[in-house]
Design a protein around this ligand. Structure first.
Ligand code: NAD
Length: 454
């Protein structure tokens, strides 16, 4: 926890926002982003060590999935913030002739960013980039499940910013609850749908706006015309990165019956190769590892067939493919969030799509297929936060695409200009120059009625 209470911090940030409203121009925002960039680079070694300590995340994954995405968000925002922040002119309409219309993208004010443990640095500092680019101040609450990374985030922020602009509030549910009682102008939450509901309920009290980046079960459809070797590579990449503890990781596979026997050996071989050649991140806590083992045990007891691979290094969880699953199994109901992959054979695509539509809208939908009509049918008949065709998870790293969920998988979007907009209020400004509307002001006497009728 910081030395000041969250309430005092909040008030200090609110005062600064009030004073700064007009002066926090794009150049000052760029400076803030530069301060963040330098602080991250100065702490790179500590970030790598902290993530190894928190859950054995390999260095390459830290560089690729924690540091690089934040640095590239910063670079993009530094280049584009001036253009993003500019007022947008809007043409006049019949009733607004003689006026000029514009939209000002202005800071929302004091923002709260609550981050999860699975990409603890990226998902705390990535939203902060958008928040600062949009001219706001922020209190960042990292996850308590990654205490070493949380401490490094606190150091990074303290070295780069005055707490009146950006502060870190370390702690768990109590800290979160304390923060959520405050009237923030915007809350950006990344985490589970269950806690997302708590955040939205708390926000409702003050009518604070929210961005919710949630999770869920992201399905993969492997069609009869898929490039099977490539599909095996991409699915393994999406599922084993961070040991499957990724919000957009493939959760379960629908595999067409015609290619199932050819595909599954390729998938198993690919998983084995990736595990053989390098370490895999650990499972965040013994409780979560126990949860995954229980999911497997329960499914097996209920008739599922589990094929277990070797572990990817000491202490890591041995990946598993599971077949013959049924809707009663928790494996088929809960977000798996680990290296377990249920495989469900199918013959009729529309049955798969009906099944997807019967569940909460997922964060990602993946389709592997060459036939465009098949791809179009899968996309056109479903809803999800995003879609990956012949790839997994890569859509996350395209900053030109809005990243977010829909309903159960989230509200609003992150990344690039979309993230900037999440932290901006689009203020409508209409300025009168020579509006003739006075001609029809009341009292409606004489020929005015004719004018209104047009
Ligand atoms: P979580 O919801 O348990 O925790 C997220 C944050 O909320 C943490 O900082 C935690 O301290 C806080 N929190 C927990 N309980 C709270 C409560 N009762 N009241 C207030 N705050 C509370 O999520 P997690 O386990 O850290 O992360 C995993 C989940 O996050 C998965 O569902 C995953 O899909 C999702 N996720 C989504 C994205 C995305 O971008 N959409 C990214 C990563 C993870």
């Amino acid at each position: 926890m910081m030395s000041r209470t969250v309430g005092t911090l909040f008030e200090a940030q609110r005062r600064l926002v009030a004073e700064r409203r007009l002066s926090f121009d794009p150049a000052a925002r760029k400076d803030a982003l530069e301060a963040l960039r330098r602080a991250i680079l100065a702490h790179e070694g500590q970030i790598i060590a902290a993530l190894a300590q928190d859950f054995g995340k390999p260095e390459a994954e830290v560089l690729l999935t924690e540091i690089l995405p934040v640095l590239s968000e910063i670079r993009l925002a530094q280049r584009r913030v001036k253009a993003w922040a500019r007022d947008r002119r809007v043409g006049v309409t019949l009733t607004t002739m003689g006026t000029s219309a514009r939209i000002r993208r202005e800071p929302r004010g004091v923002c709260l960013i609550i981050a999860p443990w699975n990409y603890p640095l990226n998902l705390a500092l990535g939203p902060l980039v958008s928040c600062l680019a949009a001219g706001n101040s922020a209190i960042v609450k990292p996850s308590e499940l990654t205490p070493a990374t949380s401490a490094v985030i606190a150091k990074i922020i303290a070295s780069a910013f005055d707490p009146d602009l950006v502060a870190v509030a370390e702690g768990g549910v109590e800290t979160s609850t304390e923060l959520l009682a405050l009237p923030f102008d915007h809350i950006f939450f990344t985490g589970s749908p269950e806690v997302g509901r708590i955040v939205m309920t708390a926000a409702a009290k003050h009518l604070s706006t929210v961005t919710l980046e949630l999770g869920g079960k992201s399905p993969v459809i492997v069609g009869p015309g898929a490039d099977l070797a490539k599909a095996a590579e991409w699915i393994t990449f999406g599922k084993l990165t961070n040991a499957g503890q990724t919000c957009i990781a493939p959760d379960h596979l629908f595999v067409h019956e015609d290619i199932r026997d050819a595909f599954l050996p390729l998938l198993r071989a690919r998983i084995a190769r990736v595990i053989d050649k390098g370490p895999m991140a650990g499972i965040i806590s013994p409780r979560h590892a126990g949860r995954l083992e229980t999911l497997l045990r329960e499914a097996e007891a209920a008739g599922a067939k589990v094929t277990r691979e070797r572990t990817g290094g000491e202490g890591s969880f041995a990946p598993a493919l599971v077949s013959a699953i049924t809707p009663e199994m928790r494996l088929d109901q809960e977000e798996i969030f680990g290296p377990i992959l249920p495989v469900i054979p199918f013959r009729d695509l529309s049955a798969v799509l009906a099944r997807i539509n019967a569940r909460p809208k997922p964060l990602a939908l993946y389709v592997f297929e060459k036939d465009q009509a098949f791809i179009d049918q899968a996309i056109g008949s479903t809803s999800s936060g995003g879609v990956g065709v012949n790839l997994t998870v890569l859509h996350y790293s395209h900053e030109g695409l809005p990243f977010g969920g829909v309903n159960h998988s989230g509200h609003g979007a992150a990344h690039g200009e979309w993230g900037f907009l999440a932290f901006s209020h689009q203020r409508a400004i209409l300025q009168n120059r020579f509006s003739p509307l006075g001609m029809i002001f009341p009292p409606w006497t004489g020929g005015k009625l004719r004018l209104i009728r047009l």
